[in-house]
Design a protein around this ligand. Structure first.
Ligand SMILES: Nc1ncnc2c1ncn2[C@@H]1O[C@H](COP(=O)(O)OP(=O)(O)OP(=O)(O)O)[C@@H](O)[C@H]1O
Ligand SMILES: [Ca+2]
Length: 951
């Protein structure tokens, strides 16, 4: 659906098996050539960092010198955006509609035949009708295109830029060659970069190369000789290991790079241009509508063929039969159906965007109404991921869990007095083992929120950022699987130290000594370890995220050759820090509503059990018995998939979960046939977001990786927006059912009317032009306006729709057949009555029949605004577009019977006021009968609490 340059195609989405095309392989094959195009990354991967800096006249520390320089370059290279121009002109598109539709061609043919036979009147009217039919279709198609285009602009890409030694968070479109960009785990690369700094960096390039394994990236230049075997002399993309490509995702570590190529000068730009020419696969609903359309066409063709045959056997005029048949075909075949569905979906999605939920893949709209399990991660989704350090605890100076340094309660206290050696050391580890950085522009720290919180509290103790005074040589970056981070540095005096911070169980299991309040290292006894664990648990059960800090004196004056995880052992524990991250205020009420609607909610978090349970209770996720309702990562590891599937019903909190656990949980749920929504913000959520039926990510604070993997982005980061989205999703579905009821009943009525009159040897009650006009009502504005009916909030009371439920349910079919029957009987009655008066068919008779049908249709549309509620409950004024569409249609009908020119086109006559009133009374029957049905259903369902809509 998207033409967003930063929205790559996913190539491993399991949910694509639902009938949508997965033609990635062919895309990749055909893009191979494009990718070997010589982009700047090819030139720069062969040269050193220094030379890159030189050639682009920039700096690998401070970036481009000034904003003037940048704007100068921007003039030369243009903005870093990829847009696809549609070069076909509107006129061409409009004209092509006349030739592409075979039925329209037939109509044109019949107009020509009429003209040749000297029947100029007919020829003119048919031509006019054709122009109107095509124009209405064209306007709708154009609207659908425009609204789809608007969808693509909803999620702009951002990046972390250093320019003139100032750091800032900016839109990716401002980048120019020479700019210095920082990126870390979870980010999307904003342009083609020559990497200048890399810490354990690996990047997922699958959307460019199709290779699923992330590529390890380095800073050193590529040696030309190594690739001499390649006849073209072009180094393959996957071998340019010092280049970070635009649109790829950082899977591990962090680094910096200099922009070498922007917009179309990147490899992604080349692929994108090609990709945008490929049509997006249709959604299951659209496919179902296409199929329905085809089935109906076949059916109508058979009926029309039959009518035509009988008519000719009866000796009616060839030309008249031909015209009637073709117009009937135009009318009865709901060619407008798929397009109305698309417009309804697209408009619905735009409406959702206004309510802060951006749908990235159209099919999710259909799934929203069926969600019955929501898995949510905690940090950043249920909480705001804005951490504040609350408590510090060190073994030496505080000894037990009742004695904790509380940074919040003791206001007005001078914390400098509490700087015992172990507290100081803990703060120092939290400072050095940290990747957040200060942005002057935003006057705050940017980076991982945990890291940011740790730096923010230093000033309370009168401490400054000590990182400029040490030399960092290696790092093991934090990730959710590892759950710790380690930094190897040389202090100013040359001491060689490893600083470590992370989940307290981890750090504690790697420690065998601790630092006491005097700064002496002591052996850590089992009892003391138990004491630390108890204290960490006590902090966590207050809902605090609890980290442990430790260090290790390293030997030697040279950096270790390679810093690996197994070197993180025999650590000296320094202390614990607890940070608060309170739940978002809107989460609790949203949870209540979801639970009421029968949705099962599961929290899956990387945080500890106690923290998770505390937060779960705060937001109203039921944790009745922690033994049954809470599972942690270790226990999960011991379980088979089957065991997991068996217990999952009772579990509401999963703690210490790794990304794989999150994935397994979602998989287990889906295997049980549940429709799962997963919400998340972090890199650790991405795989599960992808697998879930609907992945929902946070737009403001969420990582690019999570957004990329998700189907829907919440731009306000507010969990309760999911409710809105589900509501809209259900509403859209109802609207589609409603206009289907309207369209199909009209279509069946028109078809049957002509068929019956032919069968009973009556003259045709409607002529070709009249049928075409009815077609415009049926396929055009009135039908479309039913698609924008505002959502009824009560839709949330309805239980989730089953995945397998059809759109045309028995109830819908029964309803539309009933309506059609009513219209047919009413119209035939009027026709026969008029005809009986003088014994032959006069223009007055057809005018009465024609107007009767149109009035019927308008009342039918009114009845179709809601499937179960009376229009008096829904309100006559709640859908403005509907009133406008119906008003216009009626005005059109009046023109058709009162204005001489149109009278000659439609072969009509003026009717008296009495006639109109008579027709209104007859045609309102369809509306009254439907109101009675609604009343009866409501009465019958009075005792059913979930009753909202039986359709
Ligand atoms: N920057 C960091 N450095 C070191 N350790 C960290 C860092 N951030 C988090 N941790 C530790 O790792 C644990 C797991 O973090 P992880 O990112 O997997 O999940 P989370 O963010 O706590 O929760 P959720 O999955 O709900 O978003 C945290 O509870 C914390 O103890
Ligand atoms: Ca998270």
């Amino acid at each position: 659906m998207s033409a967003n340059p930063f929205d790559g195609y996913s190539n491993d989405k399991e949910k694509q098996d639902e009938g949508t095309l997965n033609n990635d392989e062919s895309i990749l094959l055909s893009t191979k050539e494009l990718l070997s195009k010589a982009t700047p990354s090819l030139e720069f991967c062969k040269v050193s960092v220094e030379e890159t800096v030189d050639r682009l006249n920039t700096s690998s520390n401070t970036g481009l010198a000034s904003a003037e320089e940048a704007s100068h370059r921007r003039k030369e290279y243009g903005p870093n955006e990829i847009s696809v121009e549609d070069d076909e002109s509107l006129w061409k598109k409009f004209l092509s509609n006349f030739i592409e539709d075979r039925l329209i061609l037939l109509l044109i043919g019949s107009a020509l035949v009429s003209a040749i036979m000297g029947n100029l009147d007919d020829a003119v009217s048919i031509t006019l009708a054709i122009i109107i039919v095509v124009s209405v279709g064209f306007v709708q198609e154009y609207r659908s295109e425009k609204s789809l285009e608007a969808l693509n602009k909803l999620v702009p890409a951002e990046c972390h830029l250093i320019r003139g030694s100032q750091e800032a968070h900016v839109l990716a479109s401002v980048l120019v060659p020479g700019d210095l960009v920082c990126f870390r785990i979870g980010d999307r690369i904003p342009a083609d970069l020559r990497i200048t700094e890399a810490f354990d960096l690996s990047i997922d390039e699958s959307n460019l190369t199709g290779e699923n394994e992330p590529v390890h990236k380095v800073t050193s230049a590529i040696n030309k000789e190594t690739f001499s075997y390649n006849t073209t002399g072009i180094i393959p993309l996957s071998d340019r290991t010092n280049i970070a490509y635009m649109g790829t995702l950082v899977k591990e570590g962090h680094g910096k790079g200099i922009v070498v190529g922007t917009s179309t000068n990147t490899s992604f730009g080349a692929v994108f241009e090609m990709m945008s020419s490929i049509e997006k696969p249709k959604t299951p609903l659209q496919l179902a509508m296409d199929k329905l359309g085809k089935d109906l066409s076949l059916f109508s063709f058979i009926v029309i063929g039959f009518i035509c045959l009988i008519g000719i056997i009866q000796g009616r005029s060839w030309l008249e039969m031909f015209q009637i048949s073709v117009s009937l075909a135009v009318a009865a075949i709901p060619e407008g159906l798929p397009i109305i569905v698309t417009v309804t979906l697209a408009l619905g999605v735009l409406r959702m965007a206004k309510r802060k939920a951006i749908v990235r893949r159209l099919p999710s709209v259909e799934t929203l109404g069926s969600v019955n399990v929501i898995c949510s991660d905690k940090t950043g989704t249920l909480t705001s991921n804005h951490m504040t350090v609350c408590k510090i605890w060190c073994l030496g100076s505080m000894t037990n869990k009742f004695n904790v340094l509380d940074l919040q309660k003791t206001k007005g206290v001078n914390f400098k007095n509490y700087l015992t050696d172990d507290v100081r050391a803990t703060l120092n580890v939290s400072n050095i083992c940290n990747n957040a950085s200060f942005s002057v522009e935003h006057s705050k720290y940017l980076g991982n929120p945990t890291d940011v919180a740790l730096l923010e509290q230093l000033s309370k103790f009168g401490l400054e950022d000590n990182r400029p005074n040490v030399k960092k040589v290696h790092e093991i970056p934090f990730n959710s699987k590892r759950k710790f981070m380690a930094t190897e540095v040389f202090e100013q005096d040359g001491t060689h130290v490893l600083y470590v911070k992370g989940a307290f169980e981890k750090i504690l299991s790697y420690s065998n000594t601790f630092l006491n309040e005097k700064g002496k290292t002591e052996k850590l006894t089992e009892a003391q370890k138990a004491n630390i664990t108890e204290c960490a648990d006590s902090l966590a059960s207050e809902g605090l995220r609890t980290l442990a800090f430790a260090k290790l004196q390293l030997k030697g004056t040279e950096p270790v050759a390679k810093l690996t995880e197994d070197m993180v052992t025999d650590l000296t524990f320094t202390g614990l820090i607890g940070m608060s991250d309170p739940p978002r205020p809107t989460v609790k009420p949203a949870m209540e509503q979801l639970l009421q609607g029968g949705v099962h909610i599961i929290m899956i978090t990387g945080d500890s059990e106690s923290t998770a349970v505390n937060i779960a209770r705060q937001i109203g996720i039921p944790v009745i018995d922690p033994k049954l309702s809470v599972l942690n990562g270790e226990k999960l590891d011991e379980m088979s998939d089957e065991q997991l599937a068996n217990v999952i019903d009772h579990v509401s909190v999963f703690a210490r979960a790794t990304p794989e656990h999150k994935l397994n949980i979602v998989r287990a749920l889906r295997q049980r046939g549940e429709v799962v929504a997963m919400t998340g913000d972090g890199v650790n959520d991405a795989p599960a977001l992808k697998l879930a039926d609907i992945g929902v990510s946070m737009g403001k604070m969420g990582t690019d990786v999570a957004k990329e993997a998700s189907d829907m982005v919440l731009t306000d980061d507010d969990f309760s927006t999911i409710l809105t989205a589900i509501e809209e999703g259900k509403g859209i579905f109802n609207n589609i059912q409603n206009f289907l009821t309207f369209q199909l009943s009209t279509s069946i009525a028109a078809l049957s009317l002509v068929a019956l009159s032919t069968l009973f040897k009556l003259p045709n009650p409607l002529n070709a032009m009249q049928i075409l006009w009815i077609n415009i009502l049926m396929d055009g504005p009135p039908a479309q306006s039913l698609g924008v009916e505002p959502v009824d909030h009560e839709v949330m009371k309805k239980p989730p729709r089953r995945r397998t439920d059809k759109i045309l349910t028995k109830q819908v079919l029964r309803r539309l057949l009933g309506t059609a029957a009513c219209i047919i009987i009413g119209t035939i009655y009027v026709f026969v009555k008029e005809m009986a008066e003088d014994g032959k068919v006069t223009p007055r008779d057809t005018t009465m029949t024609f107007t009767c049908f149109v009035f019927f249709d308008m009342f039918n549309a009114l009845a179709c605004r809601h499937s179960t509620k009376s229009i008096f409950e829904v309100g006559f004024l709640t859908n403005k577009m509907f009133n406008a569409a119906v008003g216009l249609s009626l005005l059109g009908q009046m023109c058709a019977i009162y204005i001489p020119f149109f009278q000659s086109v439609f072969k009509t006559e003026r009717l008296s006021l009495g006639d109109l009133l008579f027709l209104l009374v007859i045609s309102s029957s369809v509306f009254i009968i439907d109101e009675l049905r609604k009343y009866r259903d409501k009465k019958n369902a009075q005792n059913d609490p979930s009753y909202y809509s039986i359709v």
